[in-house]
Design a protein around this ligand. Structure first.
Ligand code: BGC
Length: 741
């Protein structure tokens, strides 16, 4: 029976209302609201149906003993629906960087976005929304109604193997952009998660470690990023993480799930587990609503065991009703029932434009000695070296891996024989060749390519060229952290050899995060292109030749050495080979990661607190023009309002990203990003910027009083072009007050 015939039969109370749940048309107000509708559907469920939505499989044939239901799509997850009640199956795909390819199991490609750090470097919430809308639409047109997107774990360690999926080290920046991406996705009637809740800040031993941190520090940093993102994006679901927090598994943490997320933040959606992250049935009482990838856990706790528990125990009974209502509520609110996905052709060219724009805006110009960039289009000879620049641009590995519509330009196996290695340890290059784009940008130039295998051969080519552009890559992937911050495979030596013979050496970094750059003072220019996605080659060439004026700003501090980090050695390093090993598969003992060392002073705040000078600070990035700031006015009272003028003092149109920082409060020195803006200005144009600060960013979390405490007194506020550079500053007085969580 189809939806339509069920409706016509009129026997199913829920359907008529469901079909129009999203309508804002006159009369909509009289229709039952999502909460009431969700309750209404839940109450019609039979006992077996009550545990239908509460668990799902990993829908991949590579997982042993997996039967893929006929209506499932190969993807990260599948949760069976209840057709009798008009409830569709949940078809889940990864996510943050586009519709994931599930490592070759599915053959339909999708548009790969640049990495999360590249998107964060745009400091542009509206672009984040567009990126979300683009990938959400592709998911919907591929048949998915859930995206496991919204990665917002803070970059506490620059070696974290998944930093490239996330949005940097600051809660305001990461939370705002993650929320906007989620909003973009959900506007396509595809539910988005926000993940991984919480403090999944390193991959080494992620399934056996405990992130240890005081409540106040967590609330002012990692949890704040989630809180801000939820405010912006209203995600239908939150995914709890693999790791423990203060000794409790995230998916079993009453504190995180019941008290903070559902209690303090009043999150009305559902909590789904990460894949294989459910330790027991009791997690249901501690706030988990859905067991994902259930065949990877020790048992399908949220199937028959949950049903039995609900028969025997009223606490489980109440929870089971609540779990279903939460899942249904999100399905109704986002519109996955009223607007089911329809497999439809995708306009990949149009979608690639979104990826191109994000890459262009996210590329960060780090060094530009003697204004060597932009290259003039009359160069007689350019050596392009390394990084597979002849075929494409690198991408990051793991569950977020996307394959472009016509397949990768190159796939390089990284070793390992296990099925997991075959699936996940493969470096994928997207077919957007920087070499071709450079040739297209300057057709008159003699452009020669060398793959960079031998530094001496690279130097020979560079010595006979006017300009040498060296492309270097750092592959990062889920499950593994980088051992250090050196470029792998001798690429630091490659750059040094080229720079030694050619003073016009330009380095293009395609990295998952910060690297150390021992050659920094020997090269003429450094461009951080991250993993630049579907049109990365074109975006890089655009910046090199000045068709794009770079405007990206670092969303993560680049350290000068490993000694500067709160934990110079990655905790657990050497004990675990891979973050994919579960507690039951490894003989390694669990360990704690002490995040109280830096507390809420993540990234730039740590550098300020310790008086350290990084290689490049958070918020830093050059342009081909210059900007000045003046006319600062700061108003105090309940919170801080800041206004100032930005002027383009150079000769080209360009985008400035002025940032507002707290420098001190009544308790002393204090470093926090309070706001940012992007201002596109023509030469000599001036624009006034006004920002009102979210008071939580000025406040401290008071554990005993259970609220935010804004101390009365003087707050020093600075405007600058990075965390380390203040152009204007002023002190203002604020009234003391308390803010509810
Ligand atoms: C990752 C999640 C992902 C899930 C499903 C897990 O290993 O941590 O981010 O969504 O797999 O693929």
């Amino acid at each position: 029976m189809t939806m339509r015939s069920l409706c016509a039969a009129g026997g199913i109370l829920t359907l008529a209302g469901l079909t129009h749940a999203q309508d804002a048309a006159p009369g909509a107000a009289e229709r039952p609201r999502p909460d009431a509708q969700a309750r209404q559907i839940e109450r019609q469920m039979t006992p077996d149906e009550h545990v239908r939505l509460t668990h799902g499989i990993m829908a991949l044939p590579v997982v042993p003993n997996t039967v893929i239901p006929p209506d499932a799509l190969l993807g990260a997850g599948y949760v069976e629906g209840i057709p009798r009640l008009g409830v569709p199956a949940l078809k889940e795909t990864d996510a943050s960087l586009g519709v994931a390819y599930v490592n070759g199991a599915r053959h339909d490609g999708a548009t790969p976005l640049p990495s999360g750090l590249a998107s964060a470097a745009t400091f542009d919430p509206s672009l984040a929304y567009d990126e979300g809308a683009m990938i959400g639409k592709e998911a919907w047109r591929t048949g998915f109604n859930v995206m496991l997107a919204g990665g917002v774990d803070l970059a506490r360690d620059p070696r974290n193997g998944r930093n490239f999926e996330y949005l940097g080290e600051d809660p305001l920046l990461a939370g705002t952009l993650a929320g906007e991406t989620v909003r973009g996705i959900q506007d396509q009637h595809v539910i988005s998660t926000l993940k991984h809740f919480a403090l999944n800040d390193q991959e080494t031993g992620r399934q056996i470690l405990s992130s240890n941190i005081s409540e106040a520090a967590a609330r002012e940093s990692d949890l704040l990023a989630f809180e801000i993102a939820i405010g912006h994006g209203r995600p239908g679901a939150v995914m709890c993480a693999y790791n423990q927090v203060n000794g409790h598994y995230s998916c079993d943490s009453d504190f995180l799930l019941n008290q903070v997320l559902k209690g303090d933040w009043k999150f009305p959606g559902w909590v789904m587990s990460d894949w294989g992250a459910v330790p027991s049935l009791e997690t249901a009482l501690h706030g988990l609503d859905q067991q994902s990838g259930d065949q990877i856990d020790q048992a399908v706790f949220f199937g028959q065991p949950l049903l039995q528990a609900a028969k025997d125990d009223s606490h489980y009974r109440a929870r089971l009703a609540d779990m279903n209502q939460r899942i249904l509520r999100s399905m109704l609110t986002v519109g996955v029932i009223a607007h089911p996905p329809v497999k439809t052709p995708i306009d990949f060219d149009a979608d690639a434009e979104v990826a191109r724009k994000a890459a262009e805006q996210g590329i960060v110009l780090l060094v530009n000695r003697g204004d060597i960039l932009p290259l003039s289009k009359t160069a007689t000879s350019i050596a392009v070296i390394g990084g597979h620049a002849d075929v494409g641009v690198i991408s990051g590995g793991g569950s977020s891996q996307v394959a472009p519509p016509d397949g990768p330009a190159a796939v390089v196996p990284m070793g390992g024989d296990s099925a997991l290695d075959q699936m996940l340890r493969r470096v994928v290059y997207h077919p957007s060749s920087p070499l071709k784009a450079i040739r297209a940008a300057d057709p008159a130039a003699q452009v020669r390519f060398y793959d960079g295998a031998y530094p001496a051969a690279a130097a020979k080519l560079a010595a006979s060229s006017d300009i040498a552009v060296v492309f270097v890559t750092q592959w990062m992937a889920e499950g593994n952290d980088a051992p250090d911050l050196s470029l792998p495979q001798g690429q630091d030596e490659l750059i040094a050899a080229v720079a030694a013979v050619n003073p016009h050496t330009v380095v293009v970094l395609e990295t998952g995060g910060p690297v150390l750059m021992p050659w920094r003072d020997k090269v003429a220019a450094v461009v951080e292109a991250w993993y630049p996605g579907a049109r990365g080659g074109e975006a890089i060439a655009g910046v090199l030749f000045g068709d794009v004026n770079p405007s990206g700003r670092l969303p993560i501090t680049f350290p000068a050495s490993l000694d500067q980090l709160p934990r110079p050695e990655i905790p657990g390093w050497g004990r675990m080979t891979s973050g994919f090993e579960t507690a039951s598969q490894t003989s390694a003992k669990g360990f704690g990661v002490d995040y109280n060392i830096e507390g809420s002073d993540v990234g730039y705040r740590w550098y300020a607190r310790q008086g350290l000078t990084p290689l490049f600070p958070f918020g830093y990035g050059l342009s081909y023009t210059q900007f000045s700031h003046d006319g600062l006015e700061v108003v105090g009272g309940d919170t801080v309002s800041v206004s100032f003028s930005v002027t383009n003092t150079g000769g080209r149109e360009g985008i400035d990203t002025p940032q507002v920082y707290l420098r001190s409060g009544p308790q002393g020195a204090r470093e926090r990003l309070l706001g940012f803006s992007r201002v596109d200005l023509k030469p000599r144009e001036t624009r006034r910027v006004t920002l009102t600060v979210d008071p939580r960013l000025l406040a401290d979390w008071d554990v005993d009083a259970h609220n935010w405490h804004l101390d009365a007194g003087d707050y020093k506020v600075a405007v600058g072009q990075s965390a380390a550079n203040a152009t204007l500053a002023q002190t203002v007085s604020i009234q003391g007050r308390r803010l509810a969580p």
